[in-house]
Ligand binder design. Sequence first.
Ligand code: HEM
Length: 508
Amino acid sequence: KQLVIPKDPSLPPEVFYWLPLIGSAIQYGNDPLKFFFQCREKYGDVFTFVLFGRKITVALGDKGNNFVLGGKHTSFSAKDAYTHLTTPVFGKGVVYDVPHEVFMGQKKMAKVGLSVDNLRSYVGMIEDEVEEFLGSDSNFLVSQENDNQDWGCFDVTEVMSQITILTASRTLQGKEVRECLDKSFSELYNDLDGGFTPLNFMFPNLPLDSYRRRDRAQQKMSQFYVEIITKRRRGNLSAERDMIAALMEQKYRDGSFMRDHEIAHLMIAILMAGQHTSSATSSWALLHVAHDQNIQKALYEEQVKYFGTGEGQFRSVTYDELRQLPIVNSVIRETLRMHPPLHSLIRKVCEDVPVPPTLSSPSGGGTYIVPKGHYALSSPSVSQMDPLVWLKPNDFDPSRWLDPNDTAAKAFCVYSDEMGDKVDYGFGAVSKGTDSPYQPFGAGRHRCIGEQFAYLQLGTIISIIIRKFKLQLEVDRVPDHNYHVSFFETLRFPPPTLLYYEDYDSGA
Ligand code: HEM
């Protein structure tokens, strides 16, 4: 049984541990959600645990999310929490390697690449990529030994990972990246991705081969993007409507343009930010859809209603129509409620911060201080699965998003984004602000800029797959999360995670 270690009463209660170096790493690493729910029962919404010698203060619930994500960046720093993990992967001069204000300027510039006009132009490209990929069984068919020989079979995580990188590179990353999406680019990507492990977070500089591969890949990838930019500047390549083009045109507040290596490194950051998140979300969505034939039928009927041209034929999706589709968007919202790709959003505490009294404390309502030097952790996953907030939180039920009286629908509204601009996100899986229980894209200044793109990408991919395939789950229930590969992510569950499919066109 875990006990509170007696100590300074002005500090949050601390989860008991035996080994100071390891602390609660095993419980947290095995199943962070279970660990957080158990701790909440014992200590309330605010408590501290030790992770390999670091003190992490967790603040749960919508008020906890608000406390951490809505806190001042001078108190809670994302830069200081993440830079040693991200800078070797993205490169210098961007994101958490630069002062907060500079990164905010870079985010603003990147948002231009995600404008509605750009998104409109991306839909057809995503559709083409998915159709081309699915057009040939050999791209994804797994040979199978099972009783269900009439059906094909594919590894959902592998396939969604490929479709995600194909569609993101064709659109945001630009045609030069798409054209080079051969083995060498994939290898570079994999080596860079190998830089995002728990080991890298805990020990940023080890003399390991994977670290050397990460650094080599970063240099090559950076060079690759710089060459594209140089060629575009010389006018040898026509400027496209993509992120590189947007970043080349934008200026910082002081009137200066982004330098080539900064654009290159921001492109790497955007590639990495959107890859696992979107591919894990589409994987989970398809697993649930394959598991629940009623949802699958509703999705198919929605496609027929909006895009059907008779006899199993469909016309192209448009951005404006996709925004309005109730079923597919509810499926995505519900997937992100149960399986937000990032379960732990972390900040370094840069000054002592008092915890507001509204955040519960079991020891009689005293006000705690989160001391400088701790890390602060917000986990929207907990509020998104909280039985005090949601009816039957463990049920995958997209219809909760269509009931105007449900908590889900109340969390779904127009809000101010991280720059303070009023934004109608349209696809709608948005939170009211930093104190919403529903925050799969985070909140506050570090809120995701990729939400609309992700909805567009996911909605188009799911639509095309549902039109083409009837899906069935290999096992009798949707698999559990596997948290072992990464500290912060709920994704990357172990293979094989197979889905059976029957192609409506060919019968198998
Ligand atoms: C930030 C989730 C896709 C770019 C975030 C954060 C979350 C998140 C939770 C906040 C991190 C924090 O506060 O520590 C997701 C999910 C996605 C997704 C669930 C897809 C389903 C994308 C895509 C892009 C992107 C496609 C690029 C186009 C970013 C950027 C930030 C961010 C630039 C800002 C980081 C910061 O300000 O510190 N995302 N993301 N994301 N995401 Fe996403």
